[in-house]
Design a protein around this ligand. Sequence first.
Ligand SMILES: CC(C)(COP(=O)(O)OP(=O)(O)OC[C@H]1O[C@@H](n2cnc3c(N)ncnc32)[C@H](O)[C@@H]1OP(=O)(O)O)[C@@H](O)C(=O)NCCC(=O)NCCS
Length: 191
Amino acid sequence: MNLRPGTPEDLPLLVQVDLEDEGVTPGYREGWGDEDFVVHRENMAAYLRDRDKGAIVAFAPNEPSIGLLMWRIRNLKNERLESWDVFSQIRGVWPPTGIVCEIFQLWVDPRFRRQGIGSALKLALDDVARKQGAELIYTHTEERNLHVIDLNIKLGYREVRRGTIWDDVIRVSLVKDLTARSIYGCIEHDH
Ligand SMILES: CC(C)(COP(=O)(O)OP(=O)(O)OC[C@H]1O[C@@H](n2cnc3c(N)ncnc32)[C@H](O)[C@@H]1OP(=O)(O)O)[C@@H](O)C(=O)NCCC(=O)NCCS
């Protein structure tokens, strides 16, 4: 297994993985029309084009894509965050610069799971995020995804919030500090 940056040829992979949304409670795409799928494809393309977004793809011999991680950089200090926004609720863990890397998608082909590929993708992100100026990586997963929480904890992430975000599902927010500092931090519960 090896890793490479995503390229425009990976767009079908990004679209497929994000539409399958394994590990996420289904529902929010109910009622989507053709136009919604066009917008979705354009949103995925941005991860292969924009400077503040990216994708890391895992591959193996004769297997061009067996894993995917999508990320984006945000400067929280430059954003107008609503009070319901999860980042408003974890201000205590923001790095001084406000620059964080948010994981948008993590997926490994079912034929290749439990071989360390998901972990390798996330560890590779540490360097990518640092190079982009981020001092913190943020991710969340549904509370029921105990194995994903476990994976994150093993890689140095820590839980900073547990509660609802945009629907009724309880999600666990986890962060990894990319600097030596880890003096901030609080756990907030809202359920
Ligand atoms: C979550 C996912 C990316 C993990 O990828 P992976 O390559 O299998 O993960 P790794 O092999 O690196 O696992 C690292 C550790 O995570 C935990 N873990 C991962 N999958 C697990 C499982 N199915 N059951 C129990 N623990 C698991 C284990 O602690 C594992 O270490 P171990 O194998 O030494 O016990 C993969 O299962 C997947 O694509 N799932 C569907 C999409 C998804 O749920 N994405 C996350 C949404 S938030």
